[in-house]
Every structure is written in structure tokens, then in C-alpha cells.
Design a protein around this ligand. Structure first.
Ligand code: ZN
Ligand code: ZN
Length: 94
């Protein structure tokens, strides 16, 4: 038995693997844990990426209130706001 250079676990020498990132031999548990961390990182990265893309593709159109003349933006996807944020007059046309 030899001990893992990273976590100190006593494992058979055949179970140790050279980790190219850490530049040391570690046990299979350490390699497995590293893989999980990498997966989580990329998952979060992708989620942020998707959110940024969704924000970009959101279509908004400028609208001028027919009642008070206040300029604001309407989201074409959700058709919001339905009322003028200034005078609360109903938005009639897009
Ligand atoms: Zn280890
Ligand atoms: Zn208005």
C-alpha cells in the first residue's frame, strides 16, 4: 500500500494514477472528484451562457404612450408592460 500524495489515502500502488494537472500521483478517488468538479464548472458556465443569450434575443420595441407621450420599451415576447408605467394608460398598439 502507498499513500495518495493528495488526500493521503492508503491505496494499492496499482490504483495510483499520474495526474497531469497536479503533476503528482493521486488515487482514483481524487481523480473522480476532480472530474465532478470540472463537470459542475462547465454546467454553471453553460447556464450563464444560456441566460446571456436569452437576454440578447429578447425582442423589445420602443413605444410612446398615446395618452401622455412617455417613452418606454415593450417586450414583444411577453407583451409587457401592458400599461404605461407613467400614466397607466392601456397600451393599444405595438
Ligand atoms: Zn487521493
Ligand atoms: Zn402614459
Amino acid at each position: 500500500m502507498v499513500s495518495c500524495k493528495k488526500c493521503g489515502n492508503k491505496v494499492p500502488a496499482s490504483a495510483l494514477k499520474l495526474d497531469l494537472d497536479l503533476k503528482m500521483v493521486v488515487c482514483q478517488d481524487c481523480i473522480k472528484n476532480k472530474g465532478i468538479h470540472k463537470e459542475i464548472e462547465t454546467e454553471i458556465f453553460h447556464k450563464v451562457d444560456d441566460l446571456a443569450k436569452a437576454e440578447e434575443t429578447k425582442q423589445k420595441t420602443a413605444h410612446k404612450c398615446t395618452s401622455c407621450g412617455y417613452n418606454f420599451k415593450i417586450d414583444l415576447e411577453t407583451k409587457k408592460p401592458k400599461n404605461c408605467p407613467y400614466c397607466n394608460a392601456r397600451v393599444m398598439a405595438f
